[in-house]
Design a protein around this ligand. Structure first.
Ligand code: SAM
Ligand code: DTB
Ligand code: SF4
Length: 323
C-alpha cells in the first residue's frame, strides 16, 4: 500500500477526469472493503451551543447570532434512551458531540465517562467529539470503553486561520496525537465549501495521509451554511466536487472509513450513489446532525435498499483483528 503521497500526487489524483477518478477509487474500495456495507453512526448533541470558539462555519459558536438554543450537558438517562433508539434504527455507532473548546476535568467530564460506559454496555461503538483533550483525558475515555475520538482538521494548515482564530492547527494535531497515544481510533477529516482553494483540500488530505497510522475514519463534510454564521452566504459545493473529494480520499487512505457526512440533505440519491461508488462507506443517520437537519432515517433505509447497501455490524473491524 502506497503511504507516502506527495502533494503533487494528490493533486494529480484530484484533477483526474471524473469518471476515471471514480473508477480508480472504486477499484481501491473493492480491494480493501466490503463494498455493500456502510457503517452507520448516529449523532447525539450532548451539550449544545454557547461555544467560546470562533469556527466560521459553526452555528454553536456563542459569538454568532444563530437560532441554536444553548443546552447544558444532557443527563445520562436521556442519552441512554437516544442511543437505544439509534440502535433500534440500525446504527452501530453513537457519536457524542459537545460544543466545548476543550475537556475540563470536572463533573461534566465524569458524566460523559458514564455515558461512554453505558453505551458500550449496549454493544455499540461509542465515539466522542468534545474538543481538545490531553493524553490523560483521552486515557480516561479509553478506559471507559471509548472506541473512537473525532477531531477534524477541517481544512489545510494554510487556510486554518481564515476559518478559526481561537486555536491553531498545531493544537488540533496535538489532540489527535494524544488520542492516538491513549490507544483510541482516530476520526479526523474536514469540510469543503468554506471558500477554500483546491490546494487547501489537497493540503488537508496530505496532512491526514501523513498521520501514522492514518485515521481509521475520515469524515468529509459539505458545509451546511447556517444563518448568522460568517459563512451563511457561501455558495453550495457542486456534488461533483464532493465526489472528487471522496474518491481522492479513498485512494490516498485505502483502509479508512470515508464518511459522507454533513450536507446530505442537499444531495440527490443519485449524487450520494456516486459518492458510495467512489468509496464512501460510512454515514451519519437520523433526522438531525448536531443542530442541523439530516435525511429521515426511513429515507436512508430506502436508499440503502435501492442501492443494495446494508448497515455494517458493530465492532466488525475489531473482531476481524482479534480472529
Ligand atoms: N466542539 C468540538 C470540535 O470542534 O472539535 C466538537 C463538535 S464540532 C461541531 C465537530 C465538527 O462538525 C467540526 O469540526 C466541523 O467539521 C463540523 N461542522 C460544524 N458545523 C458544520 C457545518 N455548518 N457544516 C458542516 N460541518 C460542520
Ligand atoms: C463530523 O465531521 N461531522 C459531524 C461530526 N463529525 C461531529 C458534525 C456535523 C455538524 C453539522 C452542523 C450541525 O448539525 O450543527
Ligand atoms: Fe465550538 Fe466545535 Fe463549533 Fe468550533 S466547531 S464553535 S469548537 S462546537
Amino acid at each position: 500500500m502506497k503511504d507516502n503521497w506527495t502533494r503533487e500526487d494528490i493533486q494529480d489524483l484530484y484533477n483526474t477526469p471524473l469518471l476515471e477518478l471514480i473508477q480508480k477509487a472504486s477499484d481501491v474500495h473493492k480491494r480493501y472493503h466490503k463494498t455493500g456495507e456502510v457503517q452507520v453512526s448516529s449523532l447525539i448533541s450532548i451539550k449544545t451551543g454557547g461555544c467560546p470558539e470562533d469556527c466560521a462555519y459553526c452555528p454553536q459558536a456563542a459569538r454568532y447570532n444563530t437560532e441554536v438554543k444553548v443546552h447544558k450537558l444532557m443527563g445520562v438517562e436521556e442519552v441512554m434512551q437516544l442511543a437505544e433508539n439509534a440502535k433500534a434504527g440500525g446504527a452501530s455507532r453513537v457519536c457524542l458531540g459537545a460544543a466545548w473548546r476543550e475537556v475540563r476535568d470536572n463533573r461534566d467530564f465524569d458524566r460523559v465517562l458514564d455515558m461512554v460506559k453505558g453505551i458500550n454496555q449496549k454493544e455499540m461503538e461509542v465515539c466522542c467529539t468534545l474538543g481538545m483533550v490531553t493524553e490523560e483525558q483521552a486515557r480516561k475515555l479509553a478506559d471507559a470503553g471509548l472506541y473512537a475520538y473525532n477531531h477534524n482538521l477541517d481544512t489545510s494548515e494554510e487556510n486554518y486561520e481564515n476559518i478559526i482564530s481561537t486555536r491553531t492547527y498545531e493544537d488540533r494535531l496535538k489532540t489527535i496525537n494524544n488520542v492516538r497515544k491513549a490507544g483510541l481510533t482516530v476520526c479526523s477529516g474536514g469540510i469543503i465549501g468554506l471558500g477554500e482553494s483546491i490546494a487547501d483540500r489537497i493540503g488537508m488530505l496530505y496532512t491526514l495521509s501523513l498521520l501514522r497510522p492514518q485515521p481509521e475514519s475520515v469524515p468529509i463534510n459539505a458545509l451546511v451554511p447556517v444563518e448568522g454564521t460568517p459563512l451563511e452566504n457561501q455558495t453550495p459545493v457542486p456534488i461533483w466536487e464532493m465526489v472528487r473529494m471522496i474518491a481522492t480520499t479513498r485512494i490516498v487512505m485505502p483502509n479508512t472509513a470515508v464518511r459522507l457526512s454533513a450536507g446530505r440533505l442537499s444531495m440527490s440519491m443519485e449524487g450520494q450513489a456516486l459518492c458510495f461508488l467512489a468509496g464512501a462507506n460510512s454515514i451519519f443517520a437520523g433526522d438531525k446532525l448536531l443542530t442541523t437537519p439530516n435525511p429521515e432515517f426511513n429515507q436512508d433505509m430506502e436508499m440503502f435498499k435501492i442501492l443494495g447497501l446494508s448497515p455494517k455490524p458493530a465492532f466488525a473491524d475489531k473482531k476481524a483483528v482479534e480472529v
